[in-house]
Design a binder for this molecule. Sequence first.
Ligand SMILES: [Zn+2]
Length: 449
Amino acid sequence: MKNIVLFLIGMACISGLQAQIRIKPQPQPGFDKRIATYVSEMKVVDTHEHLEGQTSWMKNGKLDFMLLLQHYAYDDIRSAGMAKQTFNKLLTDSLSVIEKWNTLKPFWEGTSNTAYCRAALLTADQLFGIQDINGQTVESLSAKIKKAYQTDWYKVVINEKCAIDYMVIDGADHTLGSPSQFKYVKKFDYLSIDSRKKIGIIAKRQNVALNSVDDLVGALETEFKEAVKQGCVAIKTTVAYNRTLLFEDVSKTRAEEVFEQILSSKSDAPLPIEDVKPLQDYMMHRILDLARATNTPVQIHTGLQAGDGNYIENSRPTHLANLLLKYRDVNFILFHGGYPYGGELATLAKNFRNVSIDMCWLYIISPSYSERYLNEWLETVPANKIMAFGGDFRNVENIFGHLLFAKQIISKVLIDKVRDGYFTENEAIKIAQMILHDNAIRILKLDKR
Ligand SMILES: [Zn+2]
């Protein structure tokens, strides 16, 4: 008996303590390599980027090793103690490459453990052949980055190294490449109206007078329809950075009271969120009316908020349940694997046919969370509702590094599930194809807009 227990414990340790439900027979030898090769070589769809054009990086102070650390690694290096002003200086040409490294070094030593920083290390290695970021390597790494930008670098990385069929962009630059490859989402500032100033910005932009809630809804309708006409593939909202994701059902009368209160405020300063929330809630419902009428998916930021601390509770996916119930025929795409609310996200995507999971940003937040929850989601959520990659970066190098993270984790999860007998090898390959490619094309209608 004791031996059996020890054997079982041993087996559990080998398999990383996953549930071992054998449904399918033992796979043929070599299945692990075949799955890993398939995932490594397959074409992917990238559902979320903030990519800026190649030339926008070719400015003074931008093209050196700090390019790999300027986005999410920045958050962790500041969290490790570096002042924001000091970091920002590292993004200018006021210091030499080696001076930048000397400033960074103590903080890098304190934070190079995080996945944000590990992703930069993997990128330096796999894209530039530099195996570590340190005082001996930063100059050659910087020289290689500069040299790369003298070539058709974006095309090389996106098409050849990443094999990205479609890339969905949340950003201002709509000239990144062929419209058949680059697709765009639209964000609306109607959800963050909290001051006279913000109403003024919309009025000016739309060149209309905004004297009532009807005027505001009219301006939204015009902008929404224009965005759809321009081919936007989804509506995106990041309001969870500033307020709760609980959007209550608000009467038009109540929304009008708030609108009047904002217009009659004495300054342009923002009003407290408790005061303005009913109007923002009302506008969210109007956006969802339009999403329903135009069959446009809605991407919602849930979970972790980048940068300085914030109210993480605001971004709990389950706050959205009333909207998911009310707008049954709107496609909701919940972002970032809901980190750290992966279980909540599973319940929503499992129960609501109108909810999909998007794992953008997730692998560099935590590879082990991504692995744990991809495992769990493949047991709980229909695989046709999981989109497994979005780099969530501004530059192509970090997208490449993030994709390597994603492919490693996805391969590992699928291989484990085939080894355990949960899937066959063919099923695992079919799922890779769905979650890294086909689902996003179908859900976002990328081949049709
Ligand atoms: Zn993003």
